[in-house]
Design a protein around this ligand. Sequence first.
Ligand code: NAP
Length: 238
Amino acid sequence: MAEEATRRVLVPGGSGAVGEGVVRAYLAAGAIVVVPTRTEQRADEFRELLGDAASDRLHLFAHDYATFEGAETLAATMRERFGGIDDVVAPIGGWWAGKRLWEIGAADWDAAFTGLATTHMAVARAVLPRLSGRGSYAIVVGESALHPVPGSGLVSMEQAAVLMMRRVLAAEAGDEQRIHALVLGPVRTRVLPGEPSWVSAEQIGTVAVALSRSPGEASREVSLRTSAEAEQILARLA
Ligand SMILES: NC(=O)c1ccc[n+]([C@@H]2O[C@H](COP(=O)([O-])OP(=O)(O)OC[C@H]3O[C@@H](n4cnc5c(N)ncnc54)[C@H](OP(=O)(O)O)[C@@H]3O)[C@@H](O)[C@H]2O)c1
């Protein structure tokens, strides 16, 4: 546990429903947790939501990390300020629904595909060369990356692209870095209480922390479709 006290973790998308579980888990594990968010308002709301959990190890601030330039500044600042970056968990995304693919417009494409895919790429290219090697980089996607979801095709396409990005990065990094994907089923969050059988945001955070602290876990895709699956993985990592 003492090792976690100095771990420096970046959670872009940390203000979101899944991100909250990740941020809470790393704070509870004693890490320094950096959460950029694209608006001041969201920073204020998320700080309030965290309440007492928002300790002085949480660095939550407004910053546009969704561009190559913005992500580069973020990674450079983190290195200057904290001396490096050990872990990244990227629950960047969200749901989009309501149109078949041939009904979408340019604004849908930009919001649900280009914008999100660009943000993942921007963060990965800025951070990976600066990762210390002590921890890991984990992207967060849904099962929709693997299966077409009619009416939400842009989500499936974007998530599949990000999943392939992870595969390419892992192949290119070899033994230098551990680059994981957490592939989620429906999640119990502050937004959606869901069913007891669903994996919870809290469990996702706990798995992310355990994975990053397991140097023997080479780059991999971790299926977290249910609460039971999360518990099995946690038992194995323990
Ligand atoms: N919730 C679920 O049940 C569920 C199930 C399966 C998979 N997932 C996956 O988990 C990930 C997170 O989902 P979520 O439910 O937590 O979503 P969310 O609550 O909407 O949060 C997503 C976060 O991503 C950031 N974000 C959103 N759009 C962005 C954009 N265009 N550019 C940059 N950042 C953007 C936001 O951060 P800021 O606005 O603060 O910058 C936000 O905090 C997604 O990949 C999603 O597919 C979620």
